[in-house]
Ligand binder design. Structure first.
Ligand code: NAD
Length: 489
């Protein structure tokens, strides 16, 4: 496939996808802009309560008519596999749609995002007939069964940074477990999810099991959270929104995948500094730092700090920003002007509070109309500063130096966030001690970023949320345990 493409030639899906088809309820008056050049890419409507009611009604009808939770589990798996195959067949179109409408580069969506979305669907399809329950210990003449049952209708709300993959982490296990889904797209990146829903319909997923609705968080998102027939909410987004959802959800079970301030703990014995610097730089530069697990705090042993940082700085300066639809672009735009301004104001505020700038700290306006922010390294960021407490969600890292392992591990452990961390050392014992010590949902050793396998559960500790996506835990999140106790004495 030729990677570079013209985004103006793309067919853009429009409307919500409810009950197996595209539906327009009112006026589509929210413009969606391409992050690379801020040109319009279709408009969406804020679905609000009406769209949520429609989607819930369709989900309820579909669960009943299709008996999705009751058919042979293998049959569910077959539908999901068919869908995954269609996603692969449509790789080129989906890769372009995702690249044009988000910060994801075509060089990555073509080989990464779309293929991974298909693989996530397959991964969970394979769980359909492998969800065993338990028989617990009881006295003779009685039988105690523990069954795993789906919730019924689940609500999922997703962010804009990896639109398809983040959504697949939720809809694939939810459907495999036998639920119907009402999902809200991010208002900034709705289109690729609508296209995926269309493919699900073509794969004969019973209409109404997957409903994708567009809209704003405060209206449509909130209507999903509050709907009494939606029995569980799985949310990925910022910690601030997570807290708003906790307040609105009442006694509804929640999975919350929230923000992070993930450290990269680099020991002097990390190995070849060229290789290590490439890894460390990529962890906060990839997708312009718009990654929940971005390695935004470089905690480095003083002995190698300057040598390592010089190399990282060179990499920061060598990035090639450009439109996401150009094959040779290697540095992503910020999703919106508003988000870029937010990053810049957090950087300015941190500098005002006494930090210093090693590199970056400004927009790269010369590139094009998109909001590109230069890879930025801040030094002297102390715990009381904005840049330590707040998630930048941009290509910004702070540097923290240490002299001994104890001090390094203490610095790596953030007081409030605990999404992920990485440890870089050739001493495995040191690495495992750090992994024991750091309070984070994932700790990588000599690596930073989600592993290519889907078997590891992903999710945070502390203000980074609770519950897991992916792995076995990812499907268990969409099941609830029922005890059935029988007296046959
Ligand atoms: P956000 O919290 O602003 O929005 C996320 C979603 O929630 C959007 O669809 C939005 O419309 C919706 N929303 C907003 N207010 C709502 C409300 N009151 N009720 C219901 N829904 C509401 O986050 P964002 O800016 O889209 O994404 C960036 C954030 O997501 C970062 O903090 C990042 O760390 C986090 N994130 C976390 C993970 C993870 O796995 N932990 C993965 C990706 C992104």
């Amino acid at each position: 496939m030729t990677l570079t493409f013209d985004p103006a030639q793309l067919a853009i899906p429009s409307g919500h996808h409810i009950g197996g088809k595209f539906v327009q309820l009112g006026k589509a008056d929210i413009d969606v802009l391409r992050p690379s050049d801020h040109q319009p890419m279709g408009a969406i409507e804020d679905g609000g309560t009406e769209a949520v009611e429609r989607a819930v009604a369709e989900a309820r009808r579909s669960l009943k008519e299709s008996r999705w939770a009751r058919i042979a589990p293998r049959q569910r798996a077959r539908v999901l596999h068919r869908w995954a195959d269609l996603v692969d067949e449509q790789n080129e179109y989906l890769a372009r749609l995702e690249a044009a409408g988000s910060s994801r580069l075509i060089s990555l969506t073509a080989v990464g995002d779309v293929a991974r979305t298909a693989e996530v669907i397959r991964f969970f399809a394979e769980y359909c007939d492998k969800l065993e329950g338990d028989v617990t210990a009881t006295e003779e003449g009685t039988l105690s069964l523990v069954k795993n049952e789906p919730y019924g209708i689940v609500g999922t709300i997703v962010p804009w940074n990896f639109p398809m993959i983040t959504a697949a982490w939720k809809f694939a296990p939810a459907l495999a477990a036998g639920n119907a889904v009402v999902m809200k797209t991010s208002e900034l990146t709705p289109h690729s999810l609508l296209a995926l829903a269309d493919l699900a319909a073509r794969a004969s997923l019973p209409a109404g099991l997957l409903n994708i609705i567009n809209g704003l968080g405060s209206t449509t998102g909130s209507a999903i959270v509050r709907h009494p027939d939606i029995r569980k909410i799985s949310f990925t987004g910022s910690s601030t929104t997570g807290l708003a959802i906790i307040r609105e959800a009442g006694i509804k079970p929640l999975t919350l995948e929230l923000g992070g301030k993930s450290p990269q703990l680099v020991f002097a014995d990390a190995g070849d500094l060229d290789k290590v610097s490439a890894r460390i730089a990529a962890a906060f530069i990839a997708n312009a730092g718009q990654v929940c697990t971005a390695g935004s705090r470089i905690v480095v042993e003083r002995k190698i700090a300057d040598e390592l940082l010089d190399r990282i700085e060179r990499r920061c300066k060598a990035v090639k920003p450009g439109p996401t639809w150009n094959a040779d672009t290697d540095f992503a735009p910020i999703i919106s002007r508003r988000q870029a301004d937010r990053i810049d104001s957090l950087v300015r505020q941190t500098l005002k509070e006494g930090a210093s700038l090693r590199t970056g700290g400004s927009f790269m306006e010369s590139r094009n109309e998109g909001a590109f922010y230069a890879p930025t390294i801040l030094e002297g960021v102390s715990e009381d500063m904005t840049g330590f407490r707040e998630e930048f969600f941009g290509p910004v890292a702070s540097v923290h130096r240490f002299d001994d392992a104890e001090e390094g591990m203490a610095l790596a452990d953030h007081p409030t966030f605990g999404l992920a961390a990485s440890v870089h050392t050739t001493d495995i014992s040191k690495a495992l001690h750090a992994a024991d010590r750091i309070e984070a949902g994932t700790v990588w050793v000599n690596h930073h970023g989600r592993a290519p396998e889907f078997t590891s559960p992903a999710g945070g500790f502390k203000s980074s949320g609770y519950g897991k996506d992916m792995g076995r835990a990812g499907i268990e999140a969409f099941l609830r345990k029922k005890a059935v106790w029988v007296n046959y004495a």
